[in-house]
Ligand binder design. Structure first.
Ligand code: FCB
Length: 474
C-alpha cells in the first residue's frame, strides 16, 4: 500500500491519538433556564438588563440542547468526532451556589455523558464557563474570596457523580474574560467596571482553580486529567521601538504571565505587580494561596482567535482600543500608555483579523516556556454571516479557509516540537454569543433558532473529512 493511502502521522502531521473535537458551553446552548431546579446565573441577570446584550437576547432557550442533546450527540457521531468539550452549569448542580446538591441537575449531565460514551465520544467537561450563580454575585461574586471555596464544593459534587465517566476535567474557561470583561470593562456579566475589583476577581478565580483542582483530585480516579483553559494572547509589538516593546511587555504580563506564572511557578510576575500598583496593593493574596494555585495540572487548554498587536500610546492620536473586546472602557486593569492596533488580514464577522501565525507563535512559546506541559487547543473558530440557502445548504468557505489555516498552524507547531494533543473547534452549534446574543454564528452546524433545526454547514462536512483522514483537504 502506498504512503498516500494511509493517514499516517508522517503524512498528516497530526500524531497518533490526536484528539479531534468540538466545544460548546452550557449557557450558550442549553436553554431550559428554569428547569429541574436550575436557578439564575449572572448571565441570566445580565442578559435581562436593558442594553447589555444585543437585541435583548437571553439564554432562556438558546439551542435547546437540554432537550435535544440526544440528537446533538448523534450529529457529532455522524461527523465522526472523537471528543466533546462542554461545560457544566453550576446553577443546575448547586442552585444558589451553596448548599445541597441538586441531583436533578446532575441527572442531565449523567444522561449526556452516557450518550457520549455510547457514541464513542470522549467527554471533556469544563466546570466554569461563566455562569456564576446569582446569589454568589450578590455576596460579592469573584471579588469575594469565599466564592473560590464554594467553587471547590461544587467541583467535588460534580466529580463525585460524574468522575467515573469523564476522563478530562477543566476547572475554568478563560478566567481573563471572567475577571477583566466581567469586572473590568463590564461588557460581560456581572457588568462591573472597576480595575481593582477585576484584579481581585482574577486572583480569586485562580484560587478557585487551585482549590477546585484539589477537590477534583480527591474525587477522581487517578488516571483522570485536570486542566485549565486560558485565552492567552499572541502579543506582538508594532515595532522594535523600546516604547512599543514595553507596551508589549505590559500586555503580555496582563494577558499571559499573570496566569502562567502563578499556575506553573507559584508567583505573580514582579513587573505586573509594579504595573498595577496604582490600581491595587494585591492584599487579597493570602499566605498559602500561591501554593494552592500552583498545584500540578495535567495539561493546559488554549483558546485562540486572533493576535493582539500593541504599541506605545500616541497622546496626540485618538485612543486606539482595537483589542477585539467591545466596550468603551478598557478591560485591561493598567494599560495606560498602550495602544491596540488591528492585525493585518481579512476580518471575521466579529471584526477579528484572521491570522493563523498567532496560534503558531503561542503554541511554540508555550513549548519553550512550559516544557513538558501537554497542550490542547480548546477553542478556535470563526463567526461569519451564514445563512441557509433555499436548497437547505449553508456554504461557509471563509470558515473553511479559517480552519484550514489554523489547523495548518497547529500542524506546523507540532512539527516544531509543540506538544499539542488535541483540537476542539468552536463551536459545534450556532449559539448565544454572550453580549452579541444570537447575532454571531460560530457553529459548524447552523441552528435556526425559531424551529431549532440543525443544518451542518459545508465546514462541518469539511471538518468531518479532516477528522476521518487527519489530512487538511483543499
Ligand atoms: C470565547 C468563549 C466562548 C465563545 C468564543 C467565541 O472567548 O470562551 O464561549 O464565546 O469566545
Amino acid at each position: 500500500m502506498s504512503v498516500e493511502a494511509l493517514p499516517s502521522p508522517v503524512r498528516t502531521g497530526f500524531p497518533p491519538g490526536f484528539v479531534w473535537g468540538t466545544a460548546t458551553a452550557a449557557y450558550q446552548i442549553e436553554g431550559a433556564a428554569a428547569e429541574d431546579g436550575r436557578t439564575p446565573s449572572i448571565w441570566d441577570t445580565f442578559s435581562r438588563t436593558p442594553g447589555k446584550v444585543r437585541n435583548g437576547d437571553t439564554g432562556d432557550i438558546a439551542a435547546d440542547h437540554y432537550h435535544r442533546y440526544r440528537d446533538d450527540v448523534a450529529l457529532m457521531a455522524r461527523l465522526g468526532l472523537g471528543a466533546y468539550r462542554f461545560s457544566l452549569a453550576w446553577p443546575r448542580i448547586v442552585p444558589g451556589g451553596r448548599g445541597p446538591v441538586n441531583e436533578a441537575g446532575l441527572d442531565f449531565y449523567d444522561r449526556l455523558v452516557d450518550e457520549l460514551l455510547e457514541a464513542d465520544i470522549a467527554p471533556v467537561a469544563t466546570l466554569y464557563h461563566w455562569d456564576l450563580p446569582q446569589e454568589l454575585e450578590d455576596a460579592g461574586g469573584w471579588t469575594n474570596r469565599e466564592t473560590a471555596y464554594r467553587f471547590a464544593e461544587y467541583a467535588q459534587a460534580a466529580a463525585r457523580r460524574l468522575g467515573d465517566r469523564i476522563p478530562t476535567w477543566t476547572t475554568l474557561n478563560e478566567p481573563w474574560c471572567s475577571a477583566f470583561l466581567g469586572y473590568g470593562n463590564g461588557v460581560h456579566a456581572p457588568g462591573r467596571t472597576d480595575p481593582a475589583q477585576a484584579l481581585a476577581a482574577h486572583h480569586h478565580l485562580l484560587l478557585a482553580h487551585g482549590l477546585g483542582t484539589a477537590a477534583l483530585r480527591a474525587e477522581l480516579p487517578a488516571a483522570a486529567q485536570v486542566s485549565l483553559t486560558l485565552n492567552l494572547a499572541a502579543v506582538r509589538p508594532v515595532s522594535d521601538d523600546p516604547a512599543d516593546l514595553d507596551a508589549a511587555r505590559r500586555i503580555d504580563g496582563l494577558a499571559n504571565r499573570i496566569f502562567l506564572d502563578p499556575v506553573f511557578h507559584g508567583s505573580y510576575p514582579a513587573d505586573v505587580l509594579a504595573d498595577t500598583a496604582e490600581v491595587t496593593d494585591w492584599s487579597f493574596v493570602h499566605d498559602g494561596d500561591l501554593a494552592e494555585i500552583s498545584r500540578p495540572i495535567d495539561s493546559l487548554g488554549i483558546n485562540y482567535y486572533t493576535p493582539t498587536v500593541v504599541g506605545a500610546d500616541d497622546p496626540a492620536a485618538p485612543a486606539d482600543r482595537q483589542d477585539g473586546h467591545a466596550g468603551e472602557l478598557s478591560p485591561w486593569p493598567a494599560d495606560r500608555g498602550v495602544r491596540f492596533l488591528p492585525a493585518e488580514g481579512s476580518r471575521t464577522a466579529m471584526g477579528w483579523p484572521v491570522d493563523a501565525d498567532g496560534l503558531y507563535e503561542l503554541l511554540t512559546r508555550l513549548r519553550d516556556d512550559l516544557p513538558g506541559v501537554p497542550l490542547l487547543v480548546t477553542e478556535n473558530g470563526a463567526a461569519y454571516e451564514d445563512y441557509c440557502d433555499p436548497s437547505g445548504a449553508v456554504h461557509d468557505p471563509e470558515r473553511i479557509a479559517y480552519l484550514r489555516g489554523h489547523l495548518a498552524a497547529v500542524r506546523r507547531a507540532i512539527a516544531d516540537g509543540a506538544p499539542v494533543r488535541g483540537y476542539f473547534l468552536w463551536s459545534l452549534l450556532d449559539n448565544f454569543e454572550w453580549a452579541y446574543g444570537y447575532s454571531k454564528r460560530f457553529g459548524i452546524v447552523h441552528v435556526d433558532f425559531a424551529s431549532q433545526r440543525r443544518t451542518p454547514k459545508d465546514s462541518a462536512h469539511w471538518y468531518a473529512e479532516v477528522v476521518r483522514t487527519g489530512v487538511l483537504p483543499d
